[in-house]
Design a protein around this ligand. Structure first.
Ligand SMILES: [Fe+2]
Length: 295
């Protein structure tokens, strides 16, 4: 059955009167500010419901140390726990790292924890005080629960996925030159809540960022993201991490905000298998961990 649209007489007259003006900017009212784009009355477009993703850059010395660590780890990948069975990524290698590795510890202390803290302050401090929940300074702790190394080769990819915990993030150690932004290949994509559909003006639902060595991103664990494959030679190396933010019971002492690791074996072996009770402070990685859930 077809529905015929019938305009009321008054509305039809308005359409008739406006027809010659289509495409012509209406004049601004006397004395009113003029819109820079249309030339008519002042207007603005509100950008609603933003996603917050923190972006930063590693100190060069830490980037060098992490590259050296990755090189060492990849000389004997069988010595590091394989994270692949817990991850969505279809990658050549996904290997757990641990706080016994000094560069990882420095990364946690100097970059990951401050990055999460910065994200929380940026987002929560914009809420009215009564709307900040437990995320006011001193009322929560941050715990890093996973750090792992990703090695992506041609054809490997990471499908759209989310993480466990509160925050996730990634930093880049090495990127083949053909991942250049000229195509979607090998870029990190953040996904919005709906499908991108330009025909109906549904834009802004996919944001691609070009991975550059030394740059890092921190985002809420629920934020969907993906990495398409790339073509050609080389390996794309990144480190990823999961962090939980834990509210503290009223009156409880504030937990340490910096990672403190004691009692861990040093050098070689598989220290990630250490008793989690030995992991003091707020770095405890996946192996042997019961909760909270990461990955
Ligand atoms: Fe991920």
């Amino acid at each position: 059955m077809q529905t015929r649209l019938v305009l009321p007489q008054a509305l039809a007259s308005i359409h008739q009167a406006l027809a010659p003006m289509v495409g012509t900017p209406p004049p601004a009212p006397d004395g009113a500010a003029q819109d820079a784009v249309t030339g008519g009355p002042s207007m603005e477009v509100l950008e609603l419901f933003p996603r917050y993703v923190l972006k930063g850059c590693l100190p060069p010395s830490l980037l060098t140390a992490l590259r050296e660590l990755a090189t060492e780890v990849l000389k004997a990948p069988e010595r590091s726990p394989d994270a692949s069975r817990k991850l969505a990524g279809q990658l050549a290698l996904q290997l757990e790292l641990g706080p016994q590795q000094p560069a990882v510890l420095e990364l946690c202390r100097e970059v990951i924890l401050p990055g999460c803290e910065r994200w929380i302050r940026h987002v929560i401090d914009r809420q009215p005080p009564q709307g900040r929940g437990p995320w006011t300074e001193g009322r929560y702790g941050l715990q890093i629960i996973d750090v792992w190394l990703n090695v992506q080769r041609a054809g490997d990819y990471n499908p759209t996925h989310t993480h466990g915990g509160s925050f996730s993030g990634v930093l880049y150690l090495q990127v083949p030159p053909q991942i250049s932004g000229a195509s979607f290949d090998g870029q990190l994509c953040f996904h919005g809540p709906e499908e991108w559909h330009i025909q109906s003006f549904r834009t802004g639902m996919a944001e691609y960022v070009l991975p550059l060595p030394g740059e890092f991103y921190v985002f809420p664990a629920w934020q969907p993201h993906s990495v398409p494959p790339f073509r050609g030679e080389g390996e794309r190396w990144s480190l990823a991490f999961n962090v939980v933010a834990v509210p503290q019971p009223a009156g409880a002492a504030r937990p340490p905000q910096m990672p403190l690791v004691t009692g861990l074996p040093t050098g070689g072996g598989n220290p990630l298998g250490a008793n989690p009770a030995n992991l003091a402070g707020n770095v405890s990685l996946s192996s042997g961990r019961k909760r909270p859930p990461g990955f």
